[in-house]
Write a protein that binds this ligand. Structure first.
Ligand code: ADP
Ligand code: NI
Length: 205
């Protein structure tokens, strides 16, 4: 099998296995991460095959869908070993999917170029119009209001808090200039959205 054929097969498998998943980790998230990762790789270099496989497999074993256990690395090893991928590539991909999540906050100095690319692509998907929709979907899935007009001292958590707690921090955490450029434009759009939202809620004149 050629590398292109392996990527196509893995993509098919991931689409089947993630069908029906929601809460921001549907298969469209994975396909968008793959697209962004390819664009970044074309600009900064690195091993395209590793980048593609890691992008496709990075959320396959998300803890939210596996009783709180993160199983993406295990699933990646399992799938790739059945597709005649060489052991060092398998280990590299497994390491990437195991280390890139926001929660793990891995030291960027320890990440390979390919890991940095996939991490940036994943973070970009939390920004812009898509990021806004995912934030709304996530909040709705856990029964959290998006916004509360009567919330003294921010006593109740809302999805809108998530913008400051995480989303507006992402730009500075990105690894590549290619991603930072895209992020700048997406962040600007989110700020415009929040300004308009607050204006319509009567918070601003
Ligand atoms: P990832 O693992 O891809 O970094 P998460 O699983 O943490 O992302 O979140 C999936 C999506 O839901 C992302 O777009 C993220 O910004 C959003 N999200 C995560 N936590 C919250 C929250 N507490 N409130 C609203 N949105 C959230
Ligand atoms: Ni992801």
């Amino acid at each position: 099998m050629t590398e292109t054929e392996i990527v196509e097969r893995v993509q098919c498998l991931v689409c089947q296995r993630m069908a029906g998943q929601q809460a921001g980790h549907d298969v469209d998230h994975v396909l968008r991460v793959l697209k962004s990762a390819r664009e970044i790789q074309a600009e900064v270099g690195g091993d395209r095959f590793v980048v593609e496989l890691a992008a496709l497999l990075h959320d396959l074993g998300d803890a939210k869908f596996h009783d709180g256990q993160e199983r993406s690395a295990e699933f990646a090893r399992d799938i790739l070993s059945k597709h005649s991928v060489d052991p060092s590539t398998i280990e590299h991909v497994a390491t990437i999917v195991d280390t890139i999540s926001f929660r793990k906050a891995a030291d960027p100095a320890t990440l390979s170029l390919e890991a940095k690319i996939v991490q940036d692509a994943d973070r970009l998907d939390a920004l812009g119009a898509i990021g806004i929709v995912r934030t709304i979907e996530y909040g709705a899935a856990i029964g959290q209001p998006f916004y509360l007009s009567d919330n003294p001292g921010g006593k109740h958590k809302t999805a809108i808090d998530h913008f400051d707690e995480k989303l507006f921090k992402l730009h500075d955490l990105l690894n590549t200039d290619a991603a930072r450029r895209i992020a700048g434009q997406r962040e600007q759009f989110m700020r415009t959205f929040l300004d308009q939202f607050r204006h319509e809620c009567g918070e601003t004149e």
